[in-house]
Design a binder for this molecule. Structure first.
Ligand code: WT7
Length: 635
């Protein structure tokens, strides 16, 4: 009996039980039957909870790219692996077959090797959503280099922090990117970033927009001529199961971004398995995930999950609103997309457009539609169900995180009855639990608590690059012996989970995970600012938006407030990126603080949401009078 595909609800429960009672047999069988290995593992897993050290498929040897490409060539060489849809619909689309992908990845792997990239080296990839991005990631993995993709909307200082944190010596980027009706220069941003990255030796450039760029001699090289000369065959590097595959940065509630480290075998096995089941993937399908490869969703469900299954994956360079708000629907009809996976924020923004944009489309190719990144509100769920899925396609509301590597909680299409706003049930292998304030496991249903996972799973991040203590502290200290997700959740009477939102100082804005602390750090660098507190408030389209409460130094008092607001947002843009800009800025006399000097964000959160009647227990506040002054103050 195979465990790779769940066929019905009864089997789901059967597999789930098996995965809990005999996790070694469960994952061992999946790993053995569905992948190619240079050498099989000694043990399916080994871990030390005390030290938060986890290993899967111990001593197994493999290459994930061999599993993504080489092994498919005999049967699927001419099958499209990647369909590239450019930003501009007038530009010709590209279909990259598995044979093409093999040749392009091998060429790139050879170029990287020639440029001195070795196994274990970190390579920063800062590219728009073009095939070169996928090819660069796969080429790194093929030679055993660790890719660190940085979303191409991040600023120079965000890049330099990430490049320095993991010591990248190589950067792959492009002259610029196309997004909607804008052409954005990328190389100048990289140039600025690298002024503070002395360790970077080589910058490899893709020509995308044809913009003029500055080339630093000895450091910067155009990729095209190198690729042309390169050999189109390459023998994939033998990797250990636990060799790092990639680093991906995610915001923390405090301090610097966390470089989450994902390793090879466990990540491979679980992304492939979850892709197969959550999207009910079948050989003839055309799968489209609208995320950017700068986020984990793009890593796991544009690149690795689909390619491991020999699927055809659509890669879209543009935005949902260009040239018209029917772009998503145009693409679905153009390629006869069977599975469509997007974020609630995109759905909410498309919902505000005239319904004829979506209703004018056939969309009959769709079989499964998915949601990821933040809770999907009931209204958006119904709109998605009615207008996109036409009440025929199950919605998979998939809950997971950068840290989890793959989807952990989700309905299985045509198997798990869906329920609006509920991510429903954990996938096999995932021992989800709710914890109460006293750190006890909640046994009952219809109660909410902190969402934890009490047993390791193959695709979990293994550490934070260069800071294992922070990894332990962030994920394993709150509820000893368990992984704490940082999310709150509610469990209904049948055991379905509904994610209620972050329990920490991370705010999800338009599906982007933003820590408020680094935003405050950026604001506080402005010479007129004394102190700041940033909180999230409910926003119709973005889900959450950012509200900053700011106190000024004396020198700031006389400044024009509108100009100050602009300057502060410019600081944020240049330190983090435009996605972290504040929607509202209120200058206040002082911030509500506890006796120990901690800002009481809970109060500011209520005020920013217009809830000004009830603040709960404020007995520890030393300056309760500021509450009224903030409520009555002008924004
Ligand atoms: C946080 C993780 C997972 C890929 C994209 C985001 C929130 C994610 C859902 C969902 C409710 C969700 C959680 C989580 N989240 N999916 N289906 N329902 N909330 O990855 O940037 O690491 O963010 O996104 O709060 O902790 P990420």
């Amino acid at each position: 009996m195979s465990y790779y595909k769940i066929e019905n609800l009864e089997q789901y429960f059967k597999h789930y039980k098996k995965s809990i009672r005999e996790p070694r047999k469960f994952w061992g069988k999946i790993a053995e039957e569905n992948f190619v290995w240079y050498q099989v593992w000694d043990k399916v897993f080994e871990f030390d909870m005390e030290e938060s050290k986890f290993q899967w498929f111990v001593n197994g040897k493999l290459n994930i790219v061999k599993n993504c490409i080489d092994r498919h060539l005999a049967k699927r060489g001419d099958k499209p692996a990647i369909i590239f849809e450019p930003n501009n619909p007038e530009e010709e689309a590209q279909t990259i077959t598995y044979n093409d992908l093999y040749n392009r990845v091998c060429k790139m792997a050879n170029v990287l090797k020639d440029q001195g990239v070795k196994k274990g080296d970190r390579v920063c990839i800062y590219l728009p959503m073009i095939p070169d991005l996928a090819i660069s990631m796969l080429a790194c993995a093929r030679i055993g280099a660790i890719h660190s993709v940085i979303f191409a909307g991040f600023s120079a200082s965000a890049i330099s922090k990430r490049v320095n944190d993991c010591g990248c010596k190589f950067v792959i980027t492009s002259d610029g990117s196309f997004r909607g009706n804008k052409t954005i220069p990328l190389k100048p941003i990289v140039d600025e970033a690298l002024e503070s990255c002395p360790e970077v030796e080589k910058v490899l450039l893709v020509n995308r927009t044809g913009a003029d760029v500055n080339m630093q001699e000895g450091r910067d090289l155009w990729l095209a001529p190198l690729l042309e000369e390169a050999n189109s065959n390459h023998v994939a590097q033998v990797m250990d199961a636990e060799d790092p595959l990639f680093i991906l940065y995610t915001s923390g509630s405090t301090g610097a971004p966390k470089g989450m480290v994902h390793t090879t075998a466990g990540y491979m096995v679980q992304t492939a398995y979850s892709f197969r089941n959550v999207f009910d993937y079948k050989e003839e399908d055309i799968f489209w995930c609208t995320a950017d490869c700068g986020w984990i969703t793009g890593h796991s469900y544009i690149i690795y999950g689909p390619l491991l299954n020999g699927a055809t994956t659509v890669m879209f360079e543009g935005v949902p609103s260009y040239p018209t708000p029917s772009r998503f629907w145009d693409i679905i009809d153009k390629y006869k997309v069977t599975q469509f996976y997007t974020a609630p924020t995109a759905i909410r923004s498309l919902m505000t457009e005239d319904y004829s944009y979506v209703n004018n489309h056939d969309l009959s190719s769709l079989r499964v539609i998915g949601s990821v990144g933040e809770p999907i509100n009931e209204e958006a769920w119904h709109w998605y169900n009615d207008h996109v899925g036409k009440k025929r396609c199950p919605i998979v509301d998939t809950w997971w995180q950068t840290e989890t590597g793959s989807i952990l909680v989700s309905p299985l299409p045509f198997i798990t009855p869906t329920k609006p706003t509920y991510a429903t049930l954990p996938l096999p292998g995932i021992q989800a639990v709710l914890m109460d304030e006293k750190r006890n496991e909640i046994e009952d249903n219809q109660i909410d608590g902190s969402l934890c996972v009490k047993f390791p799973w193959p695709s979990m991040a293994r550490t934070i690059w260069g800071n294992h203590e922070r990894y332990q502290e962030t994920y394993f200290s709150q509820f000893p012996g368990k992984y704490f997700t940082g999310d709150g959740a509610l469990r209904d009477e049948v055991g379905y989970y509904r994610i209620t939102g972050r329990a920490d100082d991370v705010v999800i804005v338009s599906g982007h995970n933003l820590g408020t602390a680094p935003i405050e750090d950026a604001i506080n660098e402005h010479h007129a600012v004394a102190e700041s507190a940033v909180v999230g408030y409910k926003h119709d389209i973005k889900g959450n938006a950012l509200y900053g409460f700011i106190t000024l130094k004396v020198e700031g008092e006389t400044r024009d407030r509108e100009n100050l607001r602009k300057e502060i947002n410019q600081y944020i843009s240049s330190h983090i990126g435009p996605i972290a800009k504040l929607d509202k800025i209120q200058f206040v006399e002082s911030l509500p603080k506890t006796r120990s000097g901690k800002i009481m964000r809970r109060i500011l959160r209520s005020i920013s949401n217009g809830e000004t009647k009830e603040f709960g227990d404020i007995s520890t506040l030393i300056n309760p009078e500021v509450i009224d002054s903030i409520i009555n103050g002008k924004i």
